[in-house]
Structures are given as C-alpha cells and as structure tokens.
Write a protein that binds this ligand. Sequence first.
Ligand code: UD1
Ligand code: CA
Length: 454
Amino acid sequence: MALQVLIMAAGKGTRMRSAKPKVLHRLAGRPLLDHVLDATGALAPERVVVVTGHEAAQVETHVGPRAVCVRQQPQLGTGHAVREASPALADTADVTLVLNGDTPLIQAATARALVAASGGSRLALLTVELADPTGYGRILRDAAGGITGIVEQKDASPAQRQIREVYTGMMAAPTALLKRWVAALTNDNAQGEYYLTDVVALAVADGVPVVAAPAASETEVLGVNSPAQLAELERRLQARQAAALMEAGVRLADPARFDLRGTLVCGTDVDIDVGCVFEGRVELADGVAIGPYCVLRNVRIGAGTQVAAYTHMDGAQVGADARIGPYARLRPGAELADEVHIGNFVEVKNSRLARGAKANHLAYLGDATVGERSNFGAGSITANYDGVNKHRTEIGADVLVGSNCVLVAPIKLGDGATVGGGSTLTRPAPAGQLTLTRAPQTSFAHWKRPQKKT
Ligand code: UD1
Ligand code: CA
C-alpha cells in the first residue's frame, strides 16, 4: 500500500513568544520538525509534504530536499492547510498520513498502526483518553459506539466537554477521499476556521468507515505550544532515552539528571554520573566512567578510561585506560592514546598525545604532537599562534617539560630532552640534553627592603 505523509507546520506558535518558528525549536538538540521527519522516514513513504506558512522561508530552507514544501498563506485552519496542500498530494498514494510538526514524540510504530487502521479504505483517527481533555477536539460517538464526528473545544457543549476521548491531531485517510472532503469544508464555527476535523462528519455522510486508533502512550501525542510544554517534552524524551540506555546495561547515577542530544553508544559496564550532557555522536567503550557534570560532544573514548568531574570534550578521541579531568578541556582534533593523563585546567586542541603522555595541571597544548611517556609541566604552553599563523610543536618521547615553559612554535624537542622550568624556547631542544633559557639566579646579600617614611 503506497503511503504519503503530510506534516502541518504553518501555524504561528504564538504562545512560544519567540521570533523563531515553533517547529524549529529544539528538543534533545534537534528541531521539533526533524523528530517528526525521522518518525516519518521510518515508514518509507513515497512522498512527504510539509505545509509551511509562518516564517515559511526559514522552515523550507531547513527542510531542504527531505520533503516537498507547500505554502499556506494565510493560515485559515488545519482543513485549509490540507486543502492548500492537495495539489501536491500524489494520487498514486492510497493513504495520506497527516501529522503535526509540533508533535515530536510520535513513534514510527504508532504511525504505522494508524496507517494500517486506515488500510486505504477507512478514515483512521489517532486518539487518546486524557484525564484533562481541555483544549482538544472530542470524539463523538453514537449509541452503538460508532464515531460520528469531532467537536472542537470552543464549539463543544458542556456535555461534550465531559468527553475524555480526544483527537490527537493525527489521522490517516484514503488520499482521493481526503482531497474531496477538504474541498468541501466550510468555516462556519466558533473560530471561523476550516477544521480538518470536520472531514469525520463528511466521511460518515459518505458511508466511509471511521475508526479510532488509540495511541500507545499519552507522551507520544503531546504537542508543543509553549516553553513550559517544550521543557516537559524534553524531560519525557530524556526519560525515554535514559530508560533505553539503562535497559542496555548503562548505569546512570540519576536518569532525571541525564541529557542526551544525539546518539550515545556504550559498551558494557559504563557508569555515568549526574548532570552530564552528551551531544552529537558519543561512543564510550567498556568500563568507561564519566564523572559528574561533564559535557561530551562528538567524542570516542576507549575502554577503562575515567573522566572526572566538570570535563568538557568536543571532537576528541581518547584511548583506553586514560585519565581525564577533573576540569579538563579537550577541543577538536585532540587525539589521546592509551594511558594518557590530562589533569585539571589543561586544554588540548588539535594535538596528538602518544601512549602514557601526561599533562597533569594548568597547561595548553595546541597544534602539538607529544611522544610516549612525555610529561608536560604545570603552567607550560605551546605558543602556537604568532598572531597570523598557527605553527606546530613536536615533542619527542620521554621528554620532560618543566613548569611555566613557553614553547614558541614551530619548534621540536628531541627524544629524552629536558626543559628547565621557566624557559621560553624559540629554538629546538636537542635529544637527551637539558635545555633552559633561565636568567642566572642572583642574590644580593646587602640589599635592604625599603622602609616606610616616618
Ligand atoms: C487540532 C485539532 C484538535 C486536536 C488538536 C490536537 C483541528 C481543527 N483541531 O487543534 O481536534 O485535538 O489539534 O493537538 O484540527 N496548522 C497549519 N495551518 C493552519 C492551522 C494550523 O499548518 O492554518 C498546523 C499547526 O502549525 C499545527 C497543526 O496544524 O502544527 C495543528 O494546529 P493547531 O492550531 O495547534 O490545532 P489545535 O487548535 O491544537
Ligand atoms: Ca496544537
């Protein structure tokens, strides 16, 4: 059965009180609309149509080649949105699935069940029972239990407002019939809008069966209309992701204090302490432990490595059995081999550290290579930038760089070189030798401190 998906995303989202179109606000790091497009993609539809309107150009640019965009100008209601999109709907598709750009947690399995409920011959409505149905369209049924229509909150009688079975805003319909029904809609209602929900009564009049497909959970049909609802959905989505990770054996110190904005791939026996944020694609091998309040974006970490509190990593790779942090910062291009130690207030950017290399305190390594077992002292830095260009620092194996050294790049330190503390090097340090640029130490035996004038 050929399927196409129509995503309504033209509404203004007034209650967000934002210059940004509602469907581009982010949930778990991705725009709301992308969540819907992802769920849609899993159904392999022959066509996806997005209805844009408010800030249409911005939304269309964001959608790109993922869907056909149709502009609805002005926005006269959900029925009008589908009517405006009708010319873009492929007649070859037996079923058209209507989704909302602001209902991001919809699962592919639920959408699939809704399509199956339509089967290309019925009008299927995704419904849910709510303890508080305020604001939603209520499902009307006859004495035999057959669905006869949907009444919007603003048009509902007090008795109808008691109904707790509501329409979620998502439906699946035979394409040709849907087009015919939306062409026949009128806007004779409390809001003066063309309601998509009125197609239910038209289907009943046409003798087309109308069926309800209940949503698997209330969470997946929740919409975003305000910052508070956005935050609520964020927590629910994070809870869902945390549950899946724990199910796979990942130990989260507190699933309520865990944020994943992307993909997290974990081996066995991974421990994650509270308050961590994972972005992009993060891979943690077996036995990795992440301390509290770390931020990891696009990172790969090898087995047994421990990352201590407040560490920030972006675009970095770390080998096995390394120790990072607390308070370490690994920037893009940091490649740390096995058993590397990076301590507090050390920044590493675009640098490779070989096995067992250490920079334990207060240091900067930028555009550098560091050989095996070398130790980079506290307060030392690579002066990699001359104000115009970046230059490389090459440090061999078993090098000891003392404290407070400045290595002015481009520069090479040979294997086994030792650099005395406080040195500023502008020329190579030969292998195996002690190099220092320190001024000789002098003491003045007869020097007196100045005295306060009386
Ligand atoms: C709609 C349903 C209601 C249902 C509720 C679920 C109608 C008439 N009512 O109400 O029964 O319970 O969803 O959330 O359909 N949109 C457009 N163009 C428009 C108007 C809206 O594209 O002219 C889009 C919006 O961007 C949004 C979606 O359609 O993504 C739903 O619109 P909204 O105004 O939120 O509908 P509700 O009043 O919530
Ligand atoms: Ca809504």
